[in-house]
Structure formats: C-alpha cells, structure tokens
Design a protein around this ligand. Structure first.
Ligand SMILES: Nc1ncnc2c1ncn2[C@@H]1O[C@H](COP(=O)(O)OP(=O)(O)OP(=O)(O)O)[C@@H](O)[C@H]1O
Ligand SMILES: [Mg+2]
Length: 290
C-alpha cells in the first residue's frame, strides 16, 4: 500500500530528510544512510494514518470454550496528516473499538487483525509513543486537585530533562488554553461529590492531559459528550486549530451541531462495524441528501 507517496519498502533506506536513499559524496561514491525507528520523526513529518483489512474480535469467554464476536469487519481507510476527522455512527456501531484498535490501546481479550500504518510504515507498539488517547470514560484520582493531577501526569509523561520551571509553564499554558486556570486548585472529585470539577471541566482536563506531550496524532473518544454547546464548540475549535498546525486528530462524536460538523475536514461513518461512508464533510452532506 502506498500512502502519500511513502512506499512501505523505503522504511530502512531513506535519508533523514526522506528525499533520497543515498547521499552523494564529494567524489562519486554514494554514501548509504540507514534510517531506524530512533531517527524516524513523524513529529516533524506529520502523521498519515492508514489501515487495511482491519477486523476486531472480542473474546466472549463462554464457559470453557473460547468464542469470538466480530465487532469490526474488514475495514480499510486512511486519514491524511493535518486533518480533523469525525468518527460517527450509532451507539454500539464500534467507534470506540475501532479507535482503540487503531491506537494500539485495545483492552485485553480483544484481537485485532490487519495492517495499521503510519506514513506507510507498520508501527506496532511505537504508536503509543507518538499518539495521545482521550478515553470515553474519564479516569482520574478524585482526591487530587487539577494542578496536582497535571503535575503528576507531566512528571510521568514528559522528558526528564525538562526542568520544573518549564514544566510549570507548560501546564499553566495548557490549562489557560482550555479555560481551566480558575479551577487549578479545585479537587477533581468522584462522581456524586459536591463542589468539585463539573463534567465539562473533567472532559477538558482529560484533553489537557493528552496535550502535555504534544503528540502529532490524537485519538479523542467523545470529547464533547456531556458538554454544553459553547464548551463543545470551544474544544472542537481548538482541535481544528491544532489540525491546521499539522496534528492529525481522529475524534468520535455524537450529534454535532452544524457549526461543529463544518469544522471537521473528513467524516467516517460506521454502521454495524463496517464503514458506510468515508470522505469530506461537504461530500457527506451531498451523499446523504441523495
Ligand atoms: N470487550 C468486549 N467484549 C464483548 N463485546 C464488546 C467488547 N467491546 C465492545 N463490545 C461490543 O461491541 C459493540 C461496539 O462497541 P463500542 O464500544 O465500540 O461502540 P460505540 O460505537 O463506541 O458505542 P457508543 O457510542 O455507545 O460509545 C457493542 O455492541 C459492544 O457491546
Ligand atoms: Mg464509544
């Protein structure tokens, strides 16, 4: 498969700038430079994600015999670098399952078959290092404040060489962008607690956590669910700006308003584990008008 002119077989042979297999020395002997994962930097190139014949099965563990339920059936597709893509479909159509499979974050007992490629190359577990994943359900320690949560996550996720001042600056900047500065010292709280973060603030905090490492590829599972129209628009506007700056963002979304829908560049519609439509948002409207 050839995605955006980056054939699979140039994986180990292209130069760091990706233009040629060999460097010409001052004489005429070509000098081969090998490229490895450690040199490969999709952060700079941008990320085009492609998948081919992808099926996902869940182990049903019925009594002693193992039986598998197919959730996603042989789907093929691609997302260009720098695009904001909406993954839509009815509840239970397989959006979260497909997204987790693409992000190499499937739960135990789930089997993924097929190819997943980044810029034309198979990635494997390296996907976890170059992508952020915002889960549908928020996972937080309720007793921490927003600042404590971000500080701990920053220590875990960021490079050790980043000093305290830079780390604090980064956290402040992200919290400011997401309108969370005024609740820095608020406890996150558990469901049912009073005087803690609202549902919308928790969603924004989950998004903020994923922005810490500034990944070139972001998976967001229902980032706007439970948000009011204003907050939903704000978060999608932010994603739109990030994609314009080169990030690739795949985002599941339910019932977006027309303004929010228009901010996406591409839409993938899932029905019963299969892709019913994939294309630009403008074409989607025409397609369903017919
Ligand atoms: N580990 C699993 N074991 C068994 N069935 C599963 C498993 N994971 C998902 N399913 C089933 O696969 C189907 C798709 O689930 P998925 O969570 O991907 O749907 P979704 O499109 O994200 O729905 P929603 O919009 O409600 O979040 C559902 O019928 C679900 O019950
Ligand atoms: Mg889901």
């Amino acid at each position: 498969m050839d995605v955006e002119g980056t054939p699979l077989n140039d994986f180990n042979t292209s130069r760091e700038d990706g233009n040629s297999d060999s460097l010409q020395q001052s004489g005429s002997t070509p000098l081969k430079i090998l490229r490895t994962y450690s040199r490969w930097s999709p952060m700079e190139e941008g990320v085009t994600l492609a998948w081919n014949d992808l099926s996902v099965y869940a182990n049903m563990k019925e009594k002693s015999s193992k039986s598998y339920k197919r959730i996603i059936t042989e789907v093929t597709g691609a997302i260009r670098s720098g695009s904001l893509v909406a993954l839509m479909g009815a509840s239970g159509s397989g959006k979260s399952t497909l997204m987790a499979a693409l992000a190499y974050r499937s739960a135990g007992g789930v089997i993924v078959e097929g190819d997943i490629l980044i810029n034309g190359r198979p990635v494997g577990d390296y996907m976890r290092h170059i992508s952020g994943f915002m889960h549908q359900e928020d996972i937080f320690i309720g007793s921490l404040t927003v600042w404590e949560h971000m500080s701990i996550m920053a220590r875990m996720k960021l490079d050790r060489r980043i000093n305290d001042r830079e780390r604090r600056f980064k956290i402040c900047d992200i919290l400011k962008q997401l309108g969370l500065s005024q609740c820095m010292n608020t406890r996150i709280g558990l469901n049912g607690d009073s005087k803690v973060l609202s549902g919308g603030e928790k969603k924004r905090l989950a998004f903020a956590t994923e922005l810490l490492t500034d990944p070139p590829l972001l998976f967001c599972d229902e980032p706007t669910t439970g948000l009011d129209a204003y907050s939903a628009q704000k978060i999608v506007t932010m994603m739109n700006m990030m994609s314009a700056a080169g990030k690739t963002i795949l985002c599941t979304i339910h019932q977006p308003s027309s303004e929010i829908f228009a901010m996406f560049s591409q839409v993938i519609l899932l029905a019963d584990g299969k892709i019913a439509f994939m294309g630009s948002t403008a074409n989607a409207v025409q397609f369903f008008d017919k």
